[in-house]
Design a protein around this ligand. Structure first.
Ligand SMILES: NC(=O)c1ccc[n+]([C@@H]2O[C@H](COP(=O)([O-])OP(=O)(O)OC[C@H]3O[C@@H](n4cnc5c(N)ncnc54)[C@H](O)[C@@H]3O)[C@@H](O)[C@H]2O)c1
Length: 341
């Protein structure tokens, strides 16, 4: 039996009280925007290890706390009468996870299990979690659907998969309703929120920083992969489309659980992304070819048919030019406002 769940049709969940862990981070801040636009009451829980206080909109209650802190978690869930959690807080660097798996097992798995236990003891039974295409590892198929076997090629993917499995068993034993969203590569920006990590390891912000002369060049990690131009192929999804999926997933946790891929179903090589960014910006973007990074599969492209079919998800900003333009506009706005300070 589900605790704390309301019967009713999809869409009747507006006005629920949602705790977003990692809501001060890149994707989290856009998910918060989307939830507010849909009429949810939103509470952000983040330790600001990577997130930014200014990414949390005014009017949203911000709890600066650590996920390992059970007391803080249980306090947040009960004091704010939380109905559902969107769990996005994590570390997400593939290469770092290979060099330092202990960090990933602690910050992605131990923390998440602590959250599950806090939810169980406080009777919060609805969860949407950020998972990743890294759970698949090197796929045998050109386009990956959810039936593809999970064989993570790095500790980052392993820790995300382990948490998905824990959610499955919490569902069986305790009635947790969860939706796991396996994102492919999030990119792009909204008017207010964009990608801003330190260090920044993601391709599109790095390319745009090189275009803006905020870094000397873009390093390409390997050009000897079995792909048409030798560089890795990835599927890029606009962060707003990703955020929209979280609202649909929340609705789904009203009556059932599920696991869904989220991408656009099209693969672009690193060199193709650089070329697209040259067209969008009209600027030179110097590149240098470096060695492969450990843990990087050659190709990761999603089939998102299941989430379209079952939850009615429809990407509104698909395509590299739209994604890159939004990120470029955001970077320029941010640069101007930083200069004005
Ligand atoms: N960015 C992508 O392309 C991508 C792809 C697949 C999956 N994901 C997943 O999406 C989620 C969000 O990714 P992002 O790119 O926005 O990352 P991000 O680093 O921008 O955001 C993560 C947030 O979590 C917070 N956090 C981390 N550890 C915490 C802890 N122990 N306690 C409290 N807060 C903590 C950080 O301060 C940060 O604000 C992550 O779970 C990531 O694994 C991201």
């Amino acid at each position: 039996m589900l605790l704390n769940s309301e019967p009713g049709a999809v869409g009747l969940t507006r006005g629920l009280r949602i705790l977003v862990t990692g809501g001060a981070g890149y994707i989290g801040s856009v998910v918060v925007e989307e939830l507010l636009a849909c009429g949810y009451d939103v509470f952000v829980y983040d330790n600001l290890s990577q997130g930014h206080r200014e990414s949390v909109p005014s009017g949203v209650e911000f709890i600066q706390a650590e996920l390992l802190d059970r007391q803080a978690l249980e306090g947040a869930l009960t004091n704010h009468r939380i109905n559902a959690v969107i769990h996005m807080a994590a570390n997400a660097l593939v290469g770092e996870s290979c060099r330092n798996p202990a960090k990933y097992y602690t910050n992605n798995l131990v923390t998440s299990l602590n959250l599950l236990e806090a939810m169980r003891t406080t009777g919060v039974s609805r969860l949407v979690l950020s998972s990743t295409c890294a759970v698949y590892g090197e796929s045998q198929k050109p386009i990956i659907d959810e039936s593809e076997p999970t064989r993570p090629a790095n500790p980052y993917g392993e820790t995300k998969l382990a948490f998905e499995r824990a959610c499955h068993w919490y569902q069986e034993a305790y009635g947790l309703a969860y939706v796991s969203l396996r994102y492919f590569n999030a990119a792009g920006a909204t008017e207010r929120c964009g990608e801003h990590h330190d260090p920044e390891t993601h391709l599109i912000p790095n390319i745009l920083q090189a275009a803006a002369r905020q870094r000397s060049h873009v390093e390409i990690f390997g050009n000897d992969y079995p792909t048409p131009d030798g560089t890795c192929v990835r599927d890029y999804i606009h962060v707003s489309d990703l955020a929209q999926a979280h609202v649909l997933a929340l609705d789904r946790t009203q009556h059932s659980s599920g696991i869904y891929n989220l991408g656009c179903g099209g693969g672009f090589s690193v060199l193709e992304v650089v070329e697209a960014a040259r067209k969008v910006t009209g600027l030179e973007i110097p590149v240098r070819i470096g060695p492969r990074r450990p843990g990087d599969p050659a190709v990761l492209v999603a089939s998102s048919e299941k989430i379209k079919r079952e939850l009615g998800w429809t990407p509104r900003k698909a395509g590299l030019p739209a994604i890159i333009s939004s990120a470029w506009e955001w970077l320029q706005r941010r640069t101007v406002s930083a200069r004005a300070k």
